[in-house]
Design a protein around this ligand. Structure first.
Ligand SMILES: *[C@@H]1O[C@H](CO)[C@@H](O)[C@H](O)[C@H]1NC(C)=O
Ligand SMILES: *[C@@H]1O[C@H](CO)[C@@H](O)[C@H](O)[C@H]1NC(C)=O
Ligand SMILES: *[C@@H]1O[C@H](CO)[C@@H](O)[C@H](O)[C@H]1NC(C)=O
Ligand SMILES: *[C@@H]1O[C@H](CO)[C@@H](O)[C@H](O)[C@H]1NC(C)=O
Ligand SMILES: *[C@@H]1O[C@H](CO)[C@@H](O)[C@H](O)[C@H]1NC(C)=O
Length: 524
């Protein structure tokens, strides 16, 4: 019995291997959160028996022995990133307009994109012996990399780490109505029933498309033509896109329309909880009054926090009966309150899984937000830059958290913090709403990574799955928006009005003519 099971397992193993597809992952963008998303996705495909070649700035750690995996490490990219990060003042970044921000990101991205196109290790891959069934890449200011799908004449699969944003919607021709879906760059309030909100939302959508069409895309096309003369244009390469994975889910963002070639796999990067290190386990188990977990993510270091802010947090935490777990890069920091435990690295997902964790104080990054919803933990969001404001606002909107922007100097003080923390810890509504979100997150017919594997294999099995593509992809924009039809209708209406006016005018004119009786009278 046992032996036949073993044989069956071996057979399954070989069956899977012999059917494995050859996947090329291109994720050149340095930075922790983007890399985690890329690595987890490709590891999930490798675990499903596919052969993975991964182009990225980092060597992959912890690849299972039985997986077929090859790293192509782009040396030097991460170093440049660290340098640039020092130059960017995150506070200034958060106050700049969205357009200035996207243009400064574009400059950074162009560097990685270009470096990848010329990298000797990447060039070495481009030989007739190398064959791939699909190229998988993140879509973010890196269109030139789609050239590799053309080179290998294979399917192109994109991943959006920020959900259905404009730069993926345009590729799949996914409708996102400006009337009720706030534009990604909207950092303020948005109510669909307010005229001016919709007005400026439409303005954001239009200017976004204009910037993409007249500025961002030509830059990518130029870069690509210089690196590979005669390469197809980005528009032509986009035609190859068979599938777009979205690292989002309606439990995280909101319900929006999605065409069949866009698949939500939000939360696929989260592992089931593992055992905690002994000291953390004890600390959490002992905390009968509950624990507050505090981490500002990987880009904002607690040790860079100004001294007075740090002291203020010490004062606040001292006043709480809960214990505090603080991800703080300097473990030797002095003056920490007695109820706090400091560690430079924390197994965040496993900590959030502990039932004694009552609150997560977070910068509101996308990964942290997804993890907190997975585990149903309420948040105090302290957004600093980029999409963190949007995530924080969602937490407030869905009632599982409160927010206090890091740079809100007027309110970022001891009294406000204490007030917000007491509210979050003592009012059970936040916990209930967090648990509700969590239930929505988990209630799916198929687990997100299994869903990603299913759709990848679906596209390969159906040779690109043309049937998933909506017909609107082939239409020029004026036909897609039926501006031509509306135009004709307007012309017809105007014609009718014109003709009507002429007839009416003549009739009126004839009406003013003096009646015959009067003429007769006069004549008489
Ligand atoms: C490798 O082994 C793990 C655990 O034993 C299994 O879950 C996974 O499917 C295997 N991967 C492949 C490619 O067979
Ligand atoms: C996948 O990798 C394995 C191990 O390196 C190799 O034996 C197999 O031929 C590869 N499959 C394909 C389709 O290239
Ligand atoms: C791209 O890289 C190549 C080779 O390093 C260099 O010659 C070229 O100037 C770069 N282009 C841009 C726009 O940075
Ligand atoms: C937790 O409680 C146990 C028993 O009450 C004690 O031995 C241990 O030192 C405590 N651990 C921590 C980290 O406080
Ligand atoms: C903290 O202090 C210990 C001993 O004094 C030292 O070994 C360690 O490197 C220090 N850690 C940090 C992060 O500075």
């Amino acid at each position: 019995m046992k032996i036949s099971l073993l044989i069956l397992l071996c057979l399954m193993y070989f069956f899977k291997f012999s059917n494995g597809a050859r996947l090329l992952g291109i994720f050149a963008m340095p930075g922790n959160s983007h890399y985690i998303l890329a690595e987890k996705l490709m590891k999930g495909f490798a675990a499903a028996g596919h052969n993975v070649t991964m182009i990225s700035p980092y060597p992959t750690k912890g690849v299972p022995k039985n997986a077929s995996w090859e790293d192509v490490v782009l040396e030097g990219l991460d170093e440049v990133y660290r340098e640039k990060l020092k130059e960017i003042n995150l506070y200034e970044d958060s106050t700049r307009s969205s357009w200035k921000r996207i243009i400064s990101y574009q400059k950074l991205m162009l560097h990685w994109v270009n470096a990848t196109l010329y990298h000797p290790k990447v060039r070495a891959l481009l030989t007739p012996e190398n064959k791939f069934d699909a190229v998988i890449m993140e879509q973010f200011l890196n269109d030139a990399h789609k050239y590799f799908a053309h080179y290998f004449q294979c399917h192109l699969i994109l991943m959006s780490s920020m959900g259905p944003v404009s730069w993926v919607n345009n590729i799949a021709t996914n409708p996102l109505p400006p009337s009720y879906v706030a534009h990604f760059f909207n950092n303020g309030e948005f109510s669909a029933n307010k005229f001016w909100h919709r007005f400026f939302n439409l303005f954001d959508y239009i200017s976004d498309n204009l910037v993409e069409y007249f500025y961002l895309r030509p830059l990518q096309n130029d870069l690509l033509q210089k690196a590979f003369p005669g390469a197809p244009t980005v528009e032509e390469l986009n035609e190859r896109t068979a599938l777009i994975f979205l690292s989002s889910h309606m439990s995280l963002l909101e319900a929006v329309p999605l065409v069949p070639s866009m698949v939500e796999i939000g939360g696929y990067f989260i592992d089931p909880p593992k055992k905690l290190p002994k000291d953390l386990q004890q600390f959490l188990d002992n905390a009968t009054e509950g624990v507050i977990y505090f981490s500002m993510g990987s880009n904002i270091k607690s040790r860079d926090m100004p001294m007075e802010k740090r002291q203020m947090l010490f004062n606040v935490f001292t006043k709480l009966k809960q214990k505090v777990l603080w991800k703080f890069e300097d473990e030797n920091v002095t003056g920490m309150p007695d109820n706090a435990l400091v560690k430079s690295w924390m197994p965040q997902q496993d900590i959030l899984a502990h039932p004694n964790v009552k609150l997560f104080i977070t910068h509101g990054g996308f990964l942290s937000t997804t993890e907190t919803i997975y585990h149903g933990v309420p948040v105090l969001a302290i957004p600093v830059f980029a999409d963190q404001f949007m995530n924080a606002k969602k937490a407030v909107q869905y009632g599982y958290g409160l927010m206090l922007p890091y740079h809100d100097n007027q309110n970022f003080n001891e009294e406000t913090l204490i007030r917000l923390l007491q509210e979050l810890l003592n009012n059970p509504i936040y916990q209930e709403n967090a648990k509700r979100r969590s239930r929505i997150f988990h209630d799916r017919p198929i687990k997100p990574m299994a869903n990603a594997v299913y759709w990848l294999e679906y596209v390969l099995k159906h040779d690109g799955a043309e049937h998933l593509k909506v017909a609107g992809r082939k239409l020029p924009f004026y036909q897609y928006l039926i501006l031509d039809v509306v135009g004709v209708i307007l012309v017809v209406i105007m014609l009718i009005l014109f003709v009507g006016k002429v007839i009416l005018f003549n009739k009126m004119f004839s009406d003013i003519k003096p009646p015959k009786e009067i003429n007769k009278l006069k004549l008489g």
